[in-house]
Design a protein around this ligand. Sequence first.
Ligand code: NAD
Length: 298
Amino acid sequence: MATVGFIGLGNMGAPMAANLVKAGHEVSVFDLVPEAVKALASQGAKAAASAEQACSGAEFVISMLPAGKHVESLYLTQGLLESVPASAIFIDTSTIDTDTARKLSAAAAEKGKSMVDAPVSGGVAGAAAGTLSFMCGASDPAVFDRVKPLLLDMGKNVFLAGGPGAGQVAKACNNMLLSILMIGTSEALNLGTKNGLDPAVLSDIMLASSGKNWALEVYNPYPDLMENAPASKDYEPGFMSELMLKDLGLAMAAAGGSNAVTPLGGLAYALYNRHVSQGMGKKDFSSIFQAIESLRPE
Ligand code: NAD
């Protein structure tokens, strides 16, 4: 069993840390929100008064924070990278920009330390069930081999995508594709129902045909077709539209920094940008169906 310092106990981090406790690891936790620390302590974690305290003596440091600026601030400005012993491995599971992930890996290497970027897919439900997919970027496959068993206590799939930042690139690719699938599924359901089809029948037809995809299978965006989908709960998240917009921004940044052209990703970014600016940021990303449904011909 390992000694783990866990920083960031929000929607994702709290259930992930709880799963590490359940697996028998010694987990010290810190969040800027004291109630979040208390809640984890009541589940068997050690409450820490600072990130430094949570990570002193840790074999692994895990962070699950909102965005790149928070992660950079924790490790560089606040100096957590410096204060933790060289034997520790840093694992950032937040979804952040590739440049910051690479910068942090290089800063760690300069100090003789290892940092792995390991963003996740699977959402809050996957975090609670311990079924997340981790996509990792690591400078050395031997470091990946050391973190994999720990990540498997929070997930069921752990991939090495490549070198530093590669996990973030994989995450940006996946979520760009997910947004396109969700928009496409919404368009098809809107087209069918505006032409007189029953959305349940159309969904069944497409599920048994070549249009089958993840949104139709487990996350149908049409209201009241799928009992547990956000669309049947007034689009309560789930995965918020503003987080999808953030991830599409990361995908656009990755595209801009390479020779990749992403025409559908660009359209998806524009649609989610408009959706969020219309006050739908806190609603589930499948609420893009409502935006598509409300569009009228020019
Ligand atoms: P969240 O806002 O619920 O949690 C973030 C937590 O970090 C908060 O509790 C906040 O207090 C804490 N925090 C921020 N700065 C800190 C600091 N310096 N020290 C200690 N604690 C600090 O966000 P979330 O939904 O848990 O998402 C976290 C990351 O996971 C994001 O990058 C997100 O894009 C990604 N993600 C989210 C989902 C999802 O469905 N929510 C799915 C996959 C990936």
